[in-house]
Design a protein around this ligand. Sequence first.
Ligand code: CA
Length: 228
Amino acid sequence: MQKTILIVEDEKPIREMVVFALGRAGYDLVEAGDVVEAYEQISRKMPDLVLLDWMLPGASGIEFARRLKRDELTSDVPIVMLTARGEEEDKVSGLEAGADDYVTKPFSPRELMARIKAVLRRTAPDTESPVLDVAGLKLDQESYRVTAADEAIDIGPTEFRLLAFLMGHPDRVFSRAQLLDRVWGQNAYVEERTVDVHILRLRKVLAPSGYDALIQTVRGVGYRLSAK
Ligand code: CA
């Protein structure tokens, strides 16, 4: 699947170089020149990674990184900082603000690409393994079977896909719109209420085993699957 990368950088030449290099490598690039534009892009489409410049007009990249990490909707999106500063303590404060890695300017497209790939690999949710397991609830993506403590659960196809998605991204909150986008697909013509209907059904089939407690409602935001 093509990964979307949001680049937040006010210096146009750097942005253009990055867009060109990463675009050629098969990434889908979206651009923002400041924090306001970055929020607009995020509300339009959740990126798979944010490439964030340290020095931005208005608000600093560090402050923006902190805000992304504080917000439940964006806290799992990996951040790579672009920094002109080489000092150790700046790198540390970037990582403390929640950045997953940093690249020091000037950097080569190759170096940037290597960092991005490494971060995406490290932070990718485990959707490759055919069997997802959350606290003993198992979902086999190949045989389409769900079991709770080795007892088979009878589950409909939409509930299966919804559960597979949530189990592949545990402890992360998704809004109804995001679930529609990721589980039903962007072109599906369904209302957000549909998500509630299928969550309800999912809880019902999980209820006899007690695993319905994994599906948590986050008020005003959406849903999350968590064993915590
Ligand atoms: Ca800058």
